[in-house]
Design a protein around this ligand. Structure first.
Ligand code: AMP
Ligand code: ZN
Length: 136
């Protein structure tokens, strides 16, 4: 299902033009207009889901298989040295477009980009407490 006011629904379903790298009945893969590096692409499902929580399992599985296929092709064509897959859920995590998408970000030696976090240094007790909060 599409959502009326969603720009990625419109792009995924061809109502707004995009630089499409791949398309099938369930997905469109486009170049990001604000690329982190050369070739930065987005996998968009054609059916609307706000985020990964809402995405049907079958679509989630197919999206990762497609990501593997795309980065294998792009690695060959772009001669990049690495790839980051980034997938943001929620404003706090940096999601700016509320239509599920996976970023495919080619990485090049010395590309000057940083997709990193500052490592914390919790105590063993703190890690145990987090584990208990999640699974006990
Ligand atoms: P996120 O912050 O994970 O929601 O990522 C949204 C991404 O969509 C950003 O990298 C934007 O550069 C990209 N973006 C937003 N609008 C468009 C558009 N019309 N076409 C292509 N990429 C877009
Ligand atoms: Zn949408």
């Amino acid at each position: 299902m599409k959502k009326d006011d969603c720009i990625f629904c419109k792009i995924a379903n061809g109502e707004i033009p995009s630089r499409t790298l791949y398309e099938d009945e369930a997905f469109r893969v486009i170049l990001d207009l604000g690329p982190a590096t050369k070739g930065h692409a987005l996998i968009l499902p054609k059916d609307h889901a706000d985020d990964l929580y809402e995405l049907p399992d079958q679509t989630a599985a197919a999206a990762l298989v497609l990501a593997k296929r795309m980065i294998t092709l792009m690695k060959d064509k772009l001669h990049c040295q690495g790839f980051n897959l980034v997938q943001n859920n929620g404003e706090a995590a940096g999601q700016t477009v509320r239509h599920f998408h996976i970023h495919l970000i080619p990485r090049y030696e010395d590309d000057g980009q940083h997709i990193n976090w500052k490592a914390g240094s919790p105590s063993g007790e703190e890690l145990d407490a987090v584990k208990a909060q999640i699974v006990e």
